[in-house]
Design a protein around this ligand. Sequence first.
Ligand code: ASP
Length: 586
Amino acid sequence: MLRTHTCGELRISHVTIPVTLCGWVQRSRKMGGMTFIDLRDRYGITQLVFNEEINAALCEQANKLGREYVIQVRGTVNERSNKNANLPTGEIEIIVSELKVLNSALTPPFTMEDNTDGGEDLRMKYRYLDLRRSNVRANLELRHKITIEVRSYLDKLGFLEVETPVLIGSTPEGARDFVVPSRMNHGQFYALPQSPQLFKQLLMVSGFDRYFQIVKCFRDEDLRADRQPEFTQIDCEMSFVEQEDIISIFEGMTKHLFKSILGIEITDPFVRMTWQDAMTYYGSDKPDLRFGMKFVELADYMKGYGFQAFDEAVYIGGICVEGAAYYTRKQIDALTEFVKRPQIGAKGMVYARVENDGSVKSSVDKFYSQEVWQEIKKAFGANVGDLMLILSGNNVMKTRKQLCELRIEVANQLGLRDKNTFVCLWVTDFPLFERDEELQRLTAVHHPFTSPQPEDIHLLDNHPEAVRANAYDMVINGVEVGGGSIRIHDSELQNKMFELLGFTPERAQEQFGFLMNAFKYGAPPHGGLAYGLDRWVSLFAGLDSIRDCIAFPKNNSGRDVMIDAPSFIEASQLEELGLTVNVKDK
Ligand code: ASP
């Protein structure tokens, strides 16, 4: 080994011992005849000291070191007179007796500090340097710890980690596939898995009744802060289980992660909410329950008083913001502008304050008497000092989504989305189908392998949109951190599902014949779920984007700016693949 210790490990107890350290020059300071260097490695920072009076040549050598040079030093551990309480090694320093430059370095394009001067693009281009920063490194360490805890929890319960292939055919999970051309079969393509869904179900047919895999999945979707084209799932499947079994095992895993990683003991069972209630009361299938502001429906209270917007509305709903009556006109105007943004699309917002005497003062007092307001106040459960915000619209779902945005915006403004508070929720009873207006057909809300609830099966033919699925999502603080379902294990029901989703029998056979066949050879009842590992890490690290917990992420356009991918390929490669490329605009 080129070193005896790391840069994070020496303490006062090591004083007087000889050591050899290796690392990067983070910073150097010259003070009088002394030179101080912060030597950094993955484990921390240790201060090196060079004294001109004791060894002028060595000191001169130290003064020539540039930032990020890689060096090896020998020396003795010394107690610092000027201790640094912010540094674990802050009580000691190394009096250096020998210095060797292991490698020089160009001046880095940004500083390797927690608060770097490098912008996102630059940091991504030089991601290998960005990863030297301790906060980015800490995210990867956290990621590692989470995967270790996941493996240990699942292993103890008899889950077996099995790898499934990456070059496969399409697995419909609702996104576009990334495809890979086949050299040996011109004109044919592999698809990269959107998830190992079909393989894990086949493993159940094979009898591996508890499977998991920490696995890369690929989806060609528009990117957002919580989405990457390739991401990692903790993918799980079990046989001979019902929804409650899955919920109990994975609620247990979640509690285990909170305890082992964050030291937080969650003793209560998670909140449960049906999809319908989540939509009705929060306008979202992943409500953030760290704060209230549950929707109140007001059509019965507010229609028929001559206020046109409301009289014509199909849906009128509002939230009560506790203690926010102090909001100024300016703040309220800003909220109105917020909901009117094209991305949100509300026409306007009505507000009402509960005054000190209990009376209500609103922006539509012309239309509503105090009596009506008192009823509305009761419906909200509003008290003195509260602010009621009301939206209306012609489309129930759309208006609820607008109200959902407003609820979150207000919570952000009031600081109600504290990153250290966690509320875990199961959303259950998702619908099996939704209608895709563009495609003019039904699509699966979860995926085509999700089973309908037995008591709704009779609705499949005539009211498919009313059929509820045996599907569940785990939601923490408004983030969908996992989801799954009890699967269909009967080839006839699976066929029926494909038919309802608009597959011809031939296409269903072509694409999923292997699965339907497998189901004929003794498929056990089974179900499972997948957690999004990247989302877990960013949740635990309090990050705003999953990019920050991925070693080499893609940017918002799906590019890896460091290796400059995707890129064009050689004509000879295209020829081998039997492909011609017809790019319209470069
Ligand atoms: N394959 C599903 C997904 O990727 C998870 C599951 O149903 O287990 O969302």
